[in-house]
Design a protein around this ligand. Structure first.
Ligand code: HEC
Length: 234
């Protein structure tokens, strides 16, 4: 209505229209507060939501900015701080763990390789145990047997030494290949009647006899493991 009246007035009084826009501007401006360009008809509807939105926007962006500024900052800082920290820690924790595990896995894997010669180690260990047992029994052997079965001893003869020579270890003599078993025989440990020491059979008893028996056991264990190189007989 206003417009039609305005335009009519404009048409009616030409030249007056130049002065009328200020009226429109005043009238519209009072109604919408908006700019003159958006005023035609739709201006009261659109500028209203736009303008109120505008004053709220600067309010929102302000809290939103600090919120976004703080949130991303806090979110990224702790996130970056914790994530890389946690990521690196477990990574480092798992890497060395995995690195050590495969390392351990490879070590035992590589150990079986030396485990193949392990029978060799086992034999060596058995021989070592045998030698220790011999050394433990040696005082007894020295006391009861050395006089006739050690080179250079007063009672030693070629015959006796050929049977059993305990000058060095492993012993020699043609019973050497079975000396552990033969020793049991001559000392009465295998059920047979004792024959040594020669002339005093059965003189070795108790702990002395036990010490020699322990050696015969160690010898037998090594023998069964194939630790004795020369299994040949006489
Ligand atoms: C006094 C000397 C003498 C002493 C000590 C002696 N032996 Fe003999 N030993 C002999 C003679 C001699 C033979 C050979 C026996 C034979 O030919 O029947 C022999 C043989 C052996 C043999 C060969 C197997 C056998 O029966 O012919 C063994 C093993 C042996 N002695 C172990 C020992 C042990 C172990 C001791 C100590 C506990 C020992 N002897 C002490 C003189 C001795």
């Amino acid at each position: 209505m206003m417009r039609s009246l305005m335009t009519v007035l404009c048409v009616a009084a030409l030249g007056g229209c130049g002065s009328k826009p200020p009226k429109e501007a005043e009238s519209v401006g009072s109604a919408s507060d908006g700019s003159a360009a958006t005023q035609p008809g739709t201006s009261p509807a659109t500028p209203a939501p736009v303008e109120p939105a505008a004053p709220t926007e600067p309010a929102k962006p302000e809290p939103a900015k600090p919120a976004e500024a703080t949130k991303p900052a806090e979110a990224t800082k702790p996130a970056e701080a914790t994530k890389p920290a946690e990521a690196t820690k477990p990574a480092e924790a798992t890497k060395p763990a995995e690195a050590t595990k495969p390392a351990d896995a490879t070590k035992p894997a590589s150990r079986p390789a030396p485990a193949r010669p392990d029978p060799g180690r086992a034999k060596a260990d058995l021989l070592a145990a045998e030698t220790r047992a011999w050394n433990a029994a040696k005082p007894v052997l020295q006391k009861y047997c050395a006089n006739c079965h050690t080179q250079g001893a007063r009672g030693a003869t070629k015959k006796k030494l050929d049977h059993f020579d305990m000058t060095s270890y492993p012993v020699s003599g043609h019973h050497a290949a079975t000396i552990g078993i033969t020793m049991r025989d001559v000392l009465g440990l295998s059920g047979k009647k004792a024959t040594m020491p020669f002339g005093k059979p059965g003189a070795v008893e108790g702990d002395d006899l036990a010490a020699i028996k322990a050696w015969t056991d160690a010898w037998e264990a090594a023998e069964k493991a194939g630790a004795h190189p020369a299994a040949g007989g006489h």
